[in-house]
Design a protein around this ligand. Structure first.
Ligand code: NAP
Length: 290
């Protein structure tokens, strides 16, 4: 059986959807913090079990009978090393033999502050003796396209990525890769640098939005400190600082990648910038996020 943690999150939902294309529902376990949020999975025959990263006692029961695990990294920054260790310990104790982990692009060499918790998790997973796959996911398009409604109101995107190129892909691309790695047998002990095929700059994002909407949208680059201040208006300070830090490093190429590993794994090109913008413009009530 395959177990997916964080299955009610945005990536987790897509992974379950992908797995259902190739795997019988009864062989999939959605391990979730809040089972009531997973009624739709249960109605499709997926096993829904409570699994809270901060309550290790829930994890043993959640992983019972599973042989392959996807650990979707927690979104609780600062708590993640302890949480992820608990998941890996429980998986090993439950007899899981293979664990895939959603890490960050170029984890072992990345200058991003965000990489620290991922690197500690990768090291712990390596030392666990489980067979592994490090899914080193690059940036989600959705991180930036979520700001389209605000950019349309204000006439500009803001950020701190300068002229740095970002090899983003959509969550659905990363979910497809995770499902393939989980359901197949070919990725034992692998490190996969997963990113979009065609890196782009924030200015190119603004140009694409202008092209598709007919409205003039610019890109206004801020310093890391200025951008941190803006983000602090609606994110916790730790989160705001880490996002601005990531953008400042992206200005120097830290989120670029030309390996094309993601498209090779999923057997198709990754989502293009134009497709990502089109999809965001067609999504009602787009979440506002700078
Ligand atoms: N590559 C990128 O650009 C990028 C961007 C943002 C985040 N990420 C990372 O990728 C992960 C997945 O992305 P996403 O878009 O799916 O994020 P998301 O929608 O925020 O989902 C995060 C998931 O983690 C679960 N979670 C948080 N704390 C938990 C706990 N204590 N116990 C059990 N589950 C817990 C959440 O459960 P609930 O459903 O109960 O809330 C949710 O299912 C994020 O958590 C983050 O580590 C990557």
């Amino acid at each position: 059986m395959i177990v997916v943690t964080g299955a009610t999150g945005q990536l987790g939902r897509l992974v379950i959807g992908e797995l259902l294309k190739t795997t019988e529902a009864k062989n999939i376990i959605a391990a979730v913090r809040t089972p009531a949020k997973a009624n739709d999975f249960a109605s499709r025959g997926v096993q829904v079990r409570e699994a809270d990263y901060s309550q290790p006692e829930t994890l043993a029961a959640a992983f019972h009978g599973a042989s392959r695990l996807l650990l979707i990294s927690s979104n609780e920054m600062g708590k993640r090393i302890e949480q992820h260790r608990a998941v890996i310990d429980a998986a090993k104790a439950a007899g899981v033999t293979f664990a895939a982990y959603t890490s960050i692009l170029h984890c072992d060499t990345s200058p991003l502050g965000l990489a620290a918790e991922h690197l500690a998790t990768e090291k712990y997973l390596l030392s666990s003796g489980l067979s592994y796959s490090m899914l080193r996911n690059g940036w989600y398009f959705e991180n930036q396209t979520a700001a389209i409604p605000l950019a349309l109101q204000r006439g500009a995107f803001i950020g701190a990525t300068g002229q740095g190129r970002i090899a983003a892909a959509s969550r659905s691309d990363y979910a497809a890769a995770a499902a393939i790695v989980l359901a197949g047998k070919s990725y034992a002990n692998s490190v996969l640098e997963l990113a979009g095929d065609v890196p782009y700059t924030r200015s190119e994002l603004a140009e694409e939005v202008s092209r598709q909407t007919g409205k003039a949208i610019q890109y206004q680059n801020l310093t890391e400190a200025e951008y941190t201040r803006v983000l602090s208006g609606f994110l916790a300070d730790l989160h705001a600082g880490l996002v601005a830090d990531a953008e400042a490093h992206a200005a120097n190429g830290a989120l670029e990648d030309d390996s094309h590993t993601l498209s090779r794994v999923i057997g198709r090109p990754t989502t293009t910038l134009a497709e990502a913008v089109k999809s965001a413009l067609n999504t009602p009530a787009n979440t506002h996020h700078a």
